[in-house]
Design a protein around this ligand. Structure first.
Ligand code: ADP
Ligand code: MG
Length: 238
């Protein structure tokens, strides 16, 4: 099933920063997709338009039959709840334990209160940190903190998991562990979209790779192959 469809997506930040230019693509339900390209190429912008955190200047974002520009005020929170999001500007609440962070995510998205306890325990087990439930964020290692963020994104049972540079603060071994975990979660049926400029990681994971260069989609390949149509955007001009 076609889950996500983007049609001629353009984003211009005022006054004249062209962050995305006429991007069109589709993502199937259950896919695992990397978005890659140099810093500033538009990856985070793309994810924010997809999850409804920002609006395109032109073009359309369709997810599961809903178009973001046609959502009513009432529908917006329901649209956003389709996504579990891990991104740098959404850290854990520092004055709450891991469990309380997950409970707060359940509360904030108005999930049935009766589900909270079981869902939180189950999600912490899924990401492999059940023993950290009572710990505060400053008591976690980098890898554990990344898992806690992943758990918070998953606890609300989203359809689509979005990770924006999830390995930015991890060493290569913790990065690999986290990506293997995300792969397992994808195999449970959730669609996964990961923005990363870590070429090595993207290559080794052997997933679909969508590449941007200066806001344009320049490659769409399978099995970790970049599938570049117009040269290599990673090679800097001499
Ligand atoms: N809120 C914003 N306001 C103005 N310019 C922005 C904003 N967010 C991103 N940009 C610009 O848009 C371009 C794409 O940025 P971004 O999507 O963050 O790229 P990436 O995530 O690939 O590093 C960059 O030139 C960046 O400076
Ligand atoms: Mg970014």
């Amino acid at each position: 099933m076609k889950e996500i469809e983007l049609k001629n997506l353009t984003k211009i930040y005022s006054p004249d920063i062209l962050a995305l230019k006429e991007v069109s693509l589709t993502i199937e339900q259950g896919e695992f997709v990397f978005l890659t390209g140099q810093s500033g190429c538009g990856k985070s912008t793309f994810l924010k338009l997809l999850s409804g955190q920002d609006a395109p200047t032109s073009g359309e974002v369709w997810v599961r039959g809903h178009c973001t520009s046609r959502l009513t005020h009432y529908q917006v929170p329901f649209y956003r709840r389709m996504f579990g999001i891990v991104q740098a500007d959404m850290g854990l609440l520092k004055d709450r334990t891991v469990r309380q962070n997950l409970e707060f995510a359940m509360y904030a998205t108005e999930q049935p209160a009766g589900l909270t306890r079981r869902r939180v325990e189950q999600t912490l087990r899924t990401v492999g940190i059940p023993s950290k439930a009572r710990h505060y964020p400053h008591e976690l290692s980098g890898g554990e903190a990344a898992r806690a963020l992943l758990a918070r994104a998953l606890v609300t049972d989203p359809k689509i998991l979005i990770l924006d540079e999830p390995t930015a603060n991890l060493d290569s071994s913790a990065s690999w562990d986290l990506m293997c975990l995300v792969d397992e979660i994808n195999r449970m049926g959730i669609t996964v979209i990961v923005a990363s400029h870590d070429r090595e990681l993207v290559t080794i994971m052997k997933k679909r790779v969508i590449t941007f260069a200066r806001g344009e989609l320049v490659g769409d390949g399978k099995n970790g192959v970049y599938g570049m149509e117009r040269g290599n955007p990673f090679r800097r001009p001499r």
